[in-house]
Design a protein around this ligand. Structure first.
Ligand SMILES: Nc1ncnc2c1ncn2[C@@H]1O[C@H](COP(=O)(O)OP(=O)(O)OP(=O)(O)O)[C@@H](O)[C@H]1O
Length: 225
């Protein structure tokens, strides 16, 4: 039995099929990420990182190839099942935090849990534990506008992990932060991922950060090498 949490096989993906501006982005891209493993995805701009992460996170479909998450083949699943898997098994972090501005840090982490059917008391306890892991307990009642950029991003990590996903996908999670803040925020992310024992695939341009992950893969000419 496979221990891979994320198992991508022979993914092909292009855009604008049959049109003059047709483009092939992924060509037989294959990648596995095991539980507890943090993998850096390093690739130049425009090479297909976001395309790969969106397919892995069930936000988009490949033209061919298979996506397995926690052992389950996603091929041919209906929208409802895909949405449920995305909600329960996958956490997604973007370059920009996308926190809800009218809610506090804690509420931003509580809300996705309530949507998943969790009780308010359990959701609050989980939010507080996550905030503590990233050193933000004293900021729990602050709204996003009352937090620094690095603090906002750390709250976004906690929100992504709110429902206890098995897999974390991150697209340039420190891309809009200065180098010192990136370092701090990345350390918080690694701490969270290690504490929760997640499989993580983290796209970054930052080679220093990539070197601190368990493994580094590159996306080149549509393939993972
Ligand atoms: N919906 C789309 N329609 C047409 N082309 C697209 C679409 N989405 C992405 N592309 C093209 O596919 C290629 C890969 O895009 P993608 O966003 O995956 O790259 P990326 O590696 O994440 O880039 P960046 O680091 O700049 O965000 C680019 O050439 C892009 O222009």
């Amino acid at each position: 039995m496979s221990e891979l949490v994320l198992d991508l096989k022979d993914l092909c993906k292009g855009y604008n099929h049959g049109q003059p501006n047709e483009i092939t982005v992924l060509r037989d891209a294959t990648l596995g990420v095991a539980a507890g493993e943090v993998v850096a995805l390093v690739a130049p701009s425009g090479s297909g990182k976001s395309t790969l992460l969106h397919i892995a996170g069930l936000l988009d479909q490949p033209d061919s190839g298979t996506v397995r998450i926690a052992g389950e083949d996603m091929t041919g699943l209906g929208d409802r099942r895909r949405t449920a898997i995305r909600r329960d098994k996958v956490g997604f972090v973007y370059q920009f935090h996308h926190l809800l501005p009218e809610f506090s840090a804690e509420e931003n982490i509580v809300l996705p849990q309530l949507a998943a059917g969790q009780s308010r008391a359990a959701a609050r306890a989980r939010a507080q534990a996550l905030l503590e892991t990233v050193g933000l307990s004293p900021r729990a009642s602050h709204r996003p506008a009352e937090l620094s950029g690095g603090e906002q991003q750390r709250v976004a990590f906690c929100r992504a992990l709110a429902n206890g996903p098995a897999l974390l996908l991150a697209d340039e999670p420190t891309g809009n932060l200065d180098p010192d803040t990136s370092e701090l925020v990345f350390a918080a992310l690694l701490n969270l991922v290690r504490t929760e024992g997640l499989a993580a695939l983290i796209a970054t341009h930052n080679l220093d950060l990539a070197a601190r992950m368990d493994r580094k893969v590159r996306l080149e000419a549509g393939r993972i090498i």
